[in-house]
Design a protein. Structure first.
Length: 343
C-alpha cells in the first residue's frame, strides 16, 4: 500500500509499504478515504529526527475493513472518524471528559494516517461512527467531518477548559486551523466578544466568518497593550492555540484577574513564570483534546445539522503523491490546512 515518510528536513515522500493487519484484539483496520496535514506535523517536517520516519499524520476519515475480536462497536463497512486520541471511555479520566489523557494505556496516540490504510489501536470506544457512507456526503461536509479527528475538537477543548460561557470576552491566539476552530467553539459556548489575532487577510476573513467580532494583529508589547486596552483590562478567557513560548507568555498577560487560559498549542519552550498567574489569580489549563467525548456529545451533531462548518479551514486539496507540496504549502502559509483525498 501507499504511505508517506520523512526523508530529511523539509522533505516527505510517498512510499510503498506492507498493508497493516489486525494484531491486537482491540485493533481496527481502516481504509482511509480522507486525511490531512496538521500544524503539529510541521514541527517534525522542519526537524526530521531520522531518515525514513513514517509520517506523523493523525487525522482521518475511513471505512472499517477488519476488527479485532474484542471490537463490538464498529464492524467492517462502517464509516468512521479516526481521532488522534484513543480513550477507553471507562477510566476516571475518560468519565470526567478527558479522554485525551486516558488512564487505561500509555500509548494514547497514533500516527501514520497519511496512508491508504491504518491500524487504529484501542478502537472499541475511541472511533466515532458517522451515519451512512462517504459517498452520501458533499466534499464540504467530508471536510467538516475530518476536522472532528482533531482541530475542531482541539479548538473546542481550549474553550471548554477556559470555561468560556455566555457573555464572555475571549481572545484567541493563533490563526491556524485550531485557532480558527477555537473561534467557532467560543461562539458555540456563548461568547459575546471574540478577538482574533491574525496578520493574514484570508485567515482574518475566515475568523470573522466563524464568529470573531474583531481582530488585533499587533504583536509584542504593543499588541499586549492594545489587547488589554480594548478589553478593559483583559479577556475573561484566553485560548492559546500556538504552543510557542512567546504565545504562552502573551496568553498569561492578556487575561483579566481571575481569567482562565485554555492552552492547546503543542508546547515548544520550557520557561513559564508561575508568578505571572499567581499574583492575578489566573488559571492555566489544557492539554490533549477530548476528541471522542466532544464528537459524540456535541460536535458530530453540530456538523451534521449544519450549525457549524469547520471544514472551511481546508483551503487546498492534494493526493498522497503530492504530500510534500501539502506540507510545503502549509509551512509557507499558502493554505490554512492541507486536505488529502485518497483514491
Amino acid at each position: 500500500m501507499k504511505s508517506t515518510q520523512f526523508e530529511e528536513n523539509n522533505q516527505i515522500k510517498p512510499i510503498e509499504i506492507d498493508k497493516p493487519v489486525v494484531k491486537d484484539d482491540q485493533d481496527v483496520l481502516i481504509r482511509v478515504v480522507r486525511t490531512c496535514v496538521c500544524g503539529s506535523d510541521l514541527w517534525t517536517y522542519h526537524d526530521v529526527p531520522k531518515k525514513g520516519l513514517i509520517n506523523s499524520g493523525h487525522e482521518a476519515l475511513g471505512i472499517v475493513e477488519a476488527v479485532g475480536k474484542d471490537i463490538t462497536t464498529v464492524k467492517p463497512g462502517d464509516f468512521v472518524i479516526a481521532p488522534f486520541t484513543h480513550g477507553c471511555g471507562h477510566c476516571r479520566a475518560c468519565l470526567a471528559g478527558f479522554d485525551g489523557v486516558c488512564m487505561s494505556h500509555k500509548d494514547n496516540w497514533s500516527d501514520g494516517f497519511q496512508a491508504e490504510y491504518l491500524r487504529f489501536k484501542y478502537g472499541q470506544w475511541a472511533l466515532v461512527k458517522v451515519p451512512g457512507k462517504p459517498e452520501d456526503y458533499s466534499e464540504g461536509m467530508l471536510k467538516s467531518l475530518l476536522t472532528l479527528a482533531d482541530v475542531m475538537a482541539t479548538g473546542y477543548h481550549a474553550a471548554r477548559v477556559a470555561n468560556v460561557k455566555q457573555g464572555d470576552t475571549v481572545i484567541v491566539l493563533g490563526d491556524g486551523a485550531v485557532g480558527l476552530c477555537a473561534i467557532i467553539a467560543a461562539k458555540m459556548r456563548g461568547a459575546n466578544r471574540i478577538i482574533s489575532t491574525s496578520r493574514h487577510a484570508d485567515r482574518e476573513a475566515l475568523a470573522r466568518e466563524f464568529g470573531a467580532t474583531e481582530n488585533i494583529a499587533t504583536r509584542g508589547d504593543e499588541g499586549i497593550k492594545e489587547l488589554l486596552e480594548t478589553t478593559n483590562g483583559g479577556a475573561d478567557a484566553v485560548l492559546e492555540c500556538v504552543g510557542t513560548e512567546q504565545s504562552t507568555q502573551e496568553a498569561m498577560q492578556i487575561g483579566r484577574p481571575g481569567s482562565i487560559i485554555g492552552r492547546v498549542g503543542l508546547p515548544h519552550g520550557s520557561k513559564i513564570d508561575p508568578a505571572q498567574t499567581f499574583y492575578q489569580d489566573k488559571a492555566l489549563a489544557g492539554g490533549p483534546a477530548s476528541v471522542t467525548t466532544y464528537d459524540k456529545e456535541i460536535l458530530l451533531k453540530a456538523v451534521l445539522e449544519g450549525r457549524i462548518n469547520p471544514g472551511k479551514v481546508f483551503t487546498k486539496t492534494y493526493t498522497l503523491d503530492e504530500i510534500n507540496d501539502a506540507y510545503q504549502d502549509m509551512a509557507n502559509r499558502k493554505t490554512i490546512k492541507s486536505y488529502i483525498k485518497i483514491d
